[in-house]
Design a binder for this molecule. Structure first.
Ligand code: NAD
Length: 418
C-alpha cells in the first residue's frame, strides 16, 4: 500500500489513494493511519449461475466491497456494467466513505456490482440475476451493516428485487436498501436527488464566482438518472444545456437543446443520438466544448492527461464518481478551471438515501419539500466548509473536501481505538 502521493495514474484505485494521502499529509497523519484509511474492510467476489430464458446456463461474477464502517453502516450503490470488477468497485467504495464523511451523515462506504451488460438480458433474467446476487451476499448486508442503492444501470426496480429477496431471508426490512419506489418505502425526492445536488452545489460555486446561471452554457456527458435530472434543473434556472452525450454519442445545439423533446426522443430511441434538434458530436468533442459548466455524469477517468489541456469549461462539476485523474486535476487547476469534486457534487443521492433509511427505520414519511430542504441544508453546509477551507489554505476544492472527510474518519478510527 502506497503511503506517498503518486499523481500520474489512470487507475481509479490510485486516484482515491492519491487524494487521501495528500489530505492525510496535510493533517499530519502517520503512515499507519494512511494505510488503514486506504485499505478496504471487506471485499467479496461471488459467482452467480443464471438459467437464461432459452434454457442455457450462464455464470456471472458479482462483487461487494465494504471500504469502511467506522462512522456507520457501509453505504453505496450497485452497478451493472460489463467493465465492473474489483479494480472498479474498490475505489468507488472508498469514494463513498469520503463522501458520507464530507456531508457528515452516519454511514461508511461500500460499492458493488455485477459484470454484465444488462441490455443483453430480459427483465425476468435481470430479476433472477439480482436475486441470485443477493442470495450470495445477504449475510453481509442489512440496515446496520451495509445498505445498497442504485448506480449505473440499476434503478428502483432493481432495488425492489433486492428489498424483496433480502426480506425473504430476514423478514420485512425496507431499510436494507435505498432508492426503492415510493410505494415500497422509497423517499420522495430520491430519484432526482443526485441531479438536484449537482445543480445546487454548482449554483453555490457560480454565486461565489459571480457567474450568472441564466444563459450559462452547460455540457453534460451521461444522460441517465444523474445527467438528465441535472440538465432539467439547470434548464429550469435559465441555463442553456448546449450538449449531452450517452454511450452511443452526443448531440449539440449552441442555442440550447429542447430538453423535453430530447427526453421524449431518448425514451423512444434509447439514446440521445439522432435527435433532430441538434447535430451529432462525439463524447470526446463534448468534453472539450467551449462552455461555462462541464458535467461528466457517466464514467471514471474521462478527464485525463490526454484531454485536460483542451477542456474549455470554466467549471467542471463532477457528477460521476472519479471522472478526473490526479494529473488532469493538476492541469485543470493550473489553467484556472474550477473543479467541483465528486464527493461533494454528487452527494445529494446518498444524502436522500440517508433520509430514506431513517424514514424506513422509524416508519414515517416526509413531504418532498422537507426532503429537498434538508438535503439542500446538508449539501450547502458541506459546500461552505469546503469553499472556506480552500480559500483560507489556498488549496483546491478537492483537497479541502478530502481534508474535511479524512479528518472525520481518522478521528472516528482513533476514538474507536483501532
Ligand atoms: P445511469 O445508468 O442512469 O446513466 C449512465 C449514463 O452514462 C447513460 O446515459 C449512459 O449511456 C452513459 N454512459 C455509459 N457509458 C458511457 C460512455 N462510455 N461514454 C459516455 N456515456 C456513457 O447511471 P447514473 O445513476 O446516472 O450514474 C451516472 C454516474 O453518476 C456514475 O458514475 C455513478 O456512479 C454516479 N452517481 C450516481 C448516483 C445516483 O444516485 N444514481 C449518485 C452518485 C453518483
Amino acid at each position: 500500500m502506497e503511503t506517498t502521493a503518486q499523481p500520474f495514474t489512470e487507475d481509479p484505485r490510485q486516484i482515491v489513494q492519491y487524494n487521501v494521502i495528500r489530505a492525510a499529509d496535510r493533517l499530519g497523519l502517520d503512515s499507519e493511519m494512511k494505510t488503514l484509511l486506504n485499505m478496504p474492510y471487506r471485499e467479496v467476489r461471488v459467482e452467480i449461475p443464471l438459467r437464461m430464458d432459452n434454457g442455457s446456463l450462464r455464470v456471472f461474477v458479482g462483487y461487494r466491497v465494504q471500504h469502511s464502517g467506522v462512522r456507520g453502516p457501509a453505504k453505496g450503490g450497485i452497478r451493472y456494467h460489463p467493465a465492473t470488477d474489483l479494480n472498479e468497485v474498490q475505489p468507488l467504495a472508498a469514494a463513498m466513505t469520503w463522501k458520507t464523511a464530507l456531508v457528515n451523515i452516519p454511514f461508511g462506504g461500500a460499492k458493488g456490482g455485477i459484470s454484465v451488460n444488462p441490455r443483453e438480458l430480459s427483465t425476468t433474467e435481470l430479476q433472477r440475476l439480482t436475486r441470485g446476487y443477493i442470495r450470495r451476499i445477504h449475510l453481509l448486508l442489512g440496515p446496520y451493516r451495509d445498505i445498497p442503492a442504485p448506480d449505473m444501470n440499476t434503478n428502483a426496480q432493481v432495488m425492489t428485487w433486492i428489498f424483496d429477496e433480502y426480506s425473504a431471508h430476514h423478514g420485512y426490512t425496507p431499510a436494507c436498501v435505498t432508492g426503492k419506489p415510493v410505494e415500497l418505502g422509497g423517499s420522495l425526492g430520491r430519484e432526482a436527488a443526485t441531479g438536484r445536488g449537482v445543480f445546487l452545489t454548482t449554483q453555490a460555486l457560480m454565486n461565489d464566482l459571480c457567474l450568472p446561471i441564466a444563459g450559462a452554457r452547460v455540457a453534460i456527458q451521461g444522460f441517465g438518472n444523474v445527467g438528465s435530472f441535472a440538465a432539467r434543473f439547470f434548464a429550469e434556472a435559465g441555463a442553456k444545456v448546449i450538449a449531452v452525450a450517452d454511450v452511443a454519442g452526443g448531440i449539440f445545439n449552441e442555442h440550447g437543446l429542447n430538453l423535453r423533446a430530447l427526453l421524449d426522443h431518448t425514451r423512444t430511441a434509447g439514446s440521445v443520438t439522432g435527435f433532430a434538434g441538434g447535430t451529432n458530436i462525439s463524447n470526446e468533442e463534448l468534453l472539450t466544448l467551449d462552455c461555462d459548466v462541464l458535467i461528466p455524469a457517466a464514467l471514471e477517468c474521462v478527464l485525463n492527461k490526454r484531454n485536460a489541456h483542451q477542456v474549455r469549461a470554466r467549471i467542471v462539476a463532477e457528477a460521476a464518481n472519479l471522472p478526473t485523474t490526479p494529473e488532469a486535476d493538476e492541469i485543470l487547476n493550473a489553467r484556472g478551471v474550477h473543479v467541483l469534486p465528486d464527493v461533494l457534487t454528487n452527494a445529494g443521492g446518498v444524502t436522500v438515501s440517508y433520509f430514506e433509511w431513517a424514514q424506513n427505520l422509524q416508519q414515517v414519511f416526509w413531504e418532498e419539500d422537507h426532503v429537498n430542504a434538508e438535503m439542500q441544508k446538508i449539501l450547502l453546509r458541506a459546500y461552505r466548509q469546503v469553499a472556506e477551507m480552500a480559500a483560507l489554505a489556498k488549496i483546491s476544492l478537492r483537497e479541502a473536501a478530502y481534508t474535511v472527510a479524512v479528518e472525520r474518519v481518522a478521528r472516528a478510527e482513533r476514538l474507536r481505538g483501532t
